[in-house]
Write a protein that binds this ligand. Structure first.
Ligand code: NIG
Ligand code: FE
Length: 406
């Protein structure tokens, strides 16, 4: 019996952004069995090696598949009415205090069937995938009861089974105080710690645990209790922190070895130092900054100076960032936050993967041994991907070595 040799796929003469840097000469990449097996200058590719491969693409810019490390893609309803209220002058905080905002999405999400949530999230996720996303993190946080949080996480898991994309799930039970616990936020934190986290862990529905540490959400002490419960169940942690004020949530999360602190517009020097010491990633969310017309910039220069890895994500959600376009975030990261195009791209590849704890498998990199998640773009330089907001430039999307677009 003969066995046919494994298929080796070749891209040659591409401009390669490897997740951290752009290589100086035209490159060749060979993929086999879902992994990258060779990365070398095209000029060094031997004829017999090329002859053993199926040529998959030439020219253009090749990057790792995009990693969107912070989204809230599963939700019911719409917040267009809140968008209009904010245009008339109401702030995000005021709307939340009135029982709108996140809680309005909670009502709609609780009322929606699992199938309806799945279908709606699927079309949002397909929009991200058409723009190059191969790994996406999806949070719960609009259920706020054990049953409804688990429902959201099941939808997120199912998305990863139904579509060619890697889905990482995060339990965000401590996102807002549900109406049943009005005036008893410690009681709700008890529920998160004693029931929600254990149930999500036992059913293997959550890959991490997140909190919203803010005056309109939960205190540093309450978030710390959530982290202790997550740790007891072996789950990594991350935090929405310093988005609207500086409470010190990022530093506390860093002390617990958080994968990331996200938003962080109000992060101070001590917070930057804490992230550096812990090796946590700073996840910057320019879509929320833009939508909320925030004026306080995250401390980019200090983060850069300290060498804290900066990731960029869509924060795709119905309230603070109804933006389902990762390439727009590359542009926003540069125009709003003054990142360089190189930093923005690293933020949606190598550093995005690090914010999910997936860098140990070289996810988000183009390197020998890394998973073969790749994007081939119609562009001359990687900087063009951040410079021009131009959907439809994705020529090929490769997920685990398989061409899924193009
Ligand atoms: O990342 N900051 C809190 N949570 C989300 C927004 C959720 C919402 O407004 O629905 C965020 O911005
Ligand atoms: Fe968020």
């Amino acid at each position: 019996m003969t066995t046919s040799p494994p298929i080796r796929r070749l891209w040659r003469d591409v401009t390669l952004f490897d997740g951290m840097d752009t290589l100086p000469e035209p490159m060749a990449v060979i993929v086999e069995g879902g992994r990258i097996v060779r990365v070398m200058p095209s000029a060094r590719l031997a004829d017999d090696e090329a002859a053993n491969c199926t040529l998959q693409g030439t020219g253009g810019v090749l990057t790792p598949g995009l990693v969107d490390c912070h989204t809230h893609l599963v939700f019911g309803g719409s917040r267009a009415d809140e968008f209009e209220s904010r245009l008339e002058g109401a702030s995000y905080e005021e709307i939340a205090r009135r029982g709108g905002g996140i809680l309005s999405t909670v009502h709609a999400t609780r009322a929606a069937s699992e199938e309806a949530l799945f279908q709606a999230a699927k079309s949002r996720l397909e929009a991200l995938m058409r723009e190059g996303v191969t790994t996406v993190e999806i949070k719960s946080g609009y259920g706020l009861s054990v049953a409804d949080e688990l429902k959201m996480l099941r939808v997120a898991r199912r998305l990863g089974e139904a579509l060619p994309v890697r889905v990482v799930t995060t339990l965000l039970g401590a996102h807002a105080l549900p109406p049943e616990f009005k005036d008893d936020s410690n009681g709700y934190i008890d529920l998160v710690c004693r029931e929600m986290i254990p149930a999500a862990a036992e059913q293997r529905l959550a890959d991490a645990v997140d909190v919203f540490c803010e005056k309109i959400a939960f205190s540093v002490a309450q978030c710390e209790r959530v982290f202790e419960a997550a740790e007891a169940h072996g789950l990594p942690i991350k935090a929405h922190a310093e988005q609207l004020s500086n409470l010190g949530g990022s530093a506390m999360a860093a002390r617990h070895g958080a994968l990331s602190a996200d938003h962080i517009e109000y992060l101070d020097e001590a917070g930057v130092a804490a992230l550096r010491e812990a090796g946590s990633v700073a996840v910057l969310l320019p879509g929320a900054f833009h939508t909320l017309r925030e004026t306080q910039l995250p401390p980019i220069a200090a983060l850069r100076e300290a060498g804290v890895p900066m990731a960029i994500a869509t924060d795709a959600n119905p309230g603070s960032s109804p933006l389902f376009m990762p390439t727009l975030m590359l542009n926003f990261a540069c125009t709003l936050f003054r990142l360089t195009p190189r930093e923005a791209l690293a933020g949606m590849t190598a550093h995005g993967a690090r914010a999910l704890g997936l860098h140990r498998q070289s996810l988000g990199r183009i390197a020998e041994g890394a998973p073969a998640d790749l994007c081939l773009w119609d562009a001359k330089t990687p900087a063009e991907l951040a410079y021009a907001v131009q959907p439809g430039r994705l020529r090929q999307r490769i997920y685990q070595g398989v061409l899924t677009h193009g």
